[in-house]
Design a protein around this ligand. Structure first.
Ligand code: GAP
Length: 443
């Protein structure tokens, strides 16, 4: 993880937020390459969940919602972690994590990870993870308003709006990508657990009684997406069914990725949760809003509250999994080569374009290829500085899958060298073929 953090900063994937002020704990910024990678992850999800399906509609609900939403959802009451404070150094810890990390049987025997004192803990206190702020100009009379801790509720309250406007019939789903905020007390582990993050959530509305079958179907589909679309290695993925269920769920499980280090359970961390939320959410919103949220089946002439199967993935965690999955070091000709083997479809840059030397018309020819690629929506990077080997290495580290080199032969016969990042194999093709060659390998 340390190597990944350092490469992320060096190559412009991820920076610490407000770094010049000493940083803000558990908040990160995506740099030029990071923002592209995360966008590609989100686009791959949107394509699989919305564009490729007739039975899922997209939505972009607001972050700020009516405060009653969070009472109905159970977050005001239940979205809490038990916290203790060390009386000596005043640092706060989550009780379960403190016990797991110190290996102590109870609080009395737990040593403070910060100052080393034993058993100096305050009584555990429930701490709500929602960020609270206020709406309106006058602070005293202002309404309390929360930053949403999940995107899902924006979907539930719009269930009938979407169903009726899109003329969908059950079973159907609503998908959304957006920011969520949680005042997490356990800090750290890079972008794995942060205060502000993006979720890619889909809520699938089904007839009660068919929920068990849909839960299994969505579990399989999401598992396949992580392996086939995102390219995460099969031996670094596992499915972990929940024994302890959240207040809203009747069945749940996580897709976990092996990050290593101190993340999650011995290096295995959740990247997506799949939940059978029953009719809990619609039932509660119906009760708290006083508005009927039943689905009317015109054919069967039935009315019912649908059950919901939720797939909830973290865009930041999947992006981190892509980076961790892609990172490798190998020895090439006595030197360490660092490579990010990101799938070409997700890589921020698809090609580096290099004139071998800065003369004899090569820069002009390489610039033309760079422009042709850009015009076809293939992000590329033009680089004419330094030895060609060093230019290749820079792009290997950035995760760029192809290098196109213009050399003396190009000027004579119109062919270029295409170098493949993972194998370092070189192929000669016609300059006119470059766009098609890359398009075939990227998509
Ligand atoms: N709507 C259900 C829900 O929010 P969750 O398991 O709490 O379920 C879903 O969150 C996903 O959101 C997780 O699998 C994870 O990828 C991401 N996530 C949750 N908390 C996060 C945090 N503090 N930082 C980064 N990602 C987080």
């Amino acid at each position: 993880m340390d190597k990944l953090v350092s490469l992320s900063k060096r190559r412009g994937y991820v920076f610490q937020s407000s770094e010049i002020y000493g940083g803000t704990g558990s908040v990160w910024d995506y740099g030029p390459l990071g923002v592209e990678l995360k966008r590609n992850v989100k686009e791959a999800w949107w394509r699989a969940m919305v564009h490729m399906r007739d039975d899922i509609e997209g939505l972009d609900a607001a972050i700020l919602m009516h405060p009653r939403v969070w009472e109905a959802s159970g977050h005001v009451e239940n979205f809490t972690d038990p916290l203790v404070e060390c009386r000596n150094c005043h640092r706060r810890f989550r009780v379960d994590i403190l016990l797991a990390e110190t290996g102590a049987a109870d609080l009395e025997h737990a040593q403070c990870p910060s100052c080393g004192k034993s058993g100096q803990w305050t009584e555990p206190r429930q701490f709500n993870l929602m960020f609270k702020t206020q709406k309106g100009a006058a602070e005293d009379s202002a309404d309390v308003i929360y930053l949403r801790p999940e995107t899902a509720q924006g979907i539930y309250v719009n269930f009938l709006n979407v169903q009726q406007s899109a003329r969908q019939k059950i079973p159907f789903g609503i998908a959304q990508i957006g920011k969520a905020f949680r005042n997490e007390i356990t800090p750290g582990n890079f972008t794995f657990r942060t205060l502000e993050f993006e979720q890619m959530e889909m809520q699938f509305f089904v007839k009660p009684g068919t929920d068990g079958e849909w839960f299994e179907r969505w579990r399989e589909l999401r598992w396949k997406w992580h392996q086939e679309t995102i390219g995460l290695a099969a031996d670094r993925l596992r499915y972990h069914p929940h024994e302890k269920l959240a207040h809203y769920a009747s069945a749940a499980g996580d897709v976990e990725f092996f990050f290593g280090g101190t993340i999650g359970d011995e290096g295995w961390g959740e990247i997506e949760g799949i939940h059978n939320r029953t009719d809990f959410d619609l039932g509660r919103h119906q009760e708290y809003s006083g508005k009927k949220l039943q689905y009317v089946d015109p054919q069967a002439n039935e009315r019912y509250l649908p059950y919901i199967i939720e797939t909830s993935a973290g865009a930041d965690r999947v992006t981190l999994a892509v980076l961790a999955n892609a990172y490798r070091e190998e020895e090439v000709e006595g030197e360490v080569r660092t490579v990010l083997s990101i799938k070409p479809s997700l890589a921020p840059l698809k090609a580096g374009v290099f004139p071998l030397v800065k003369k004899d018309g090569m820069p002009e020819r390489a610039t033309q290829i760079h422009e042709d690629l850009r015009a076809r929506g293939i992000p590329s990077f033009y680089d004419e500085s330094g030895a060609i080997g060093r230019r290749y290495r820079r792009q290997d580290e950035a995760g760029t899958p192809f290098g196109i080199t213009v050399d003396g032969e190009t000027m004579a016969d119109g062919t270029v060298t295409v170098r493949e990042r993972d194998t370092m194999q070189q192929t000669r093709i016609s300059q006119d073929e470059v766009v098609r060659y890359l398009e075939e390998r990227i998509r």
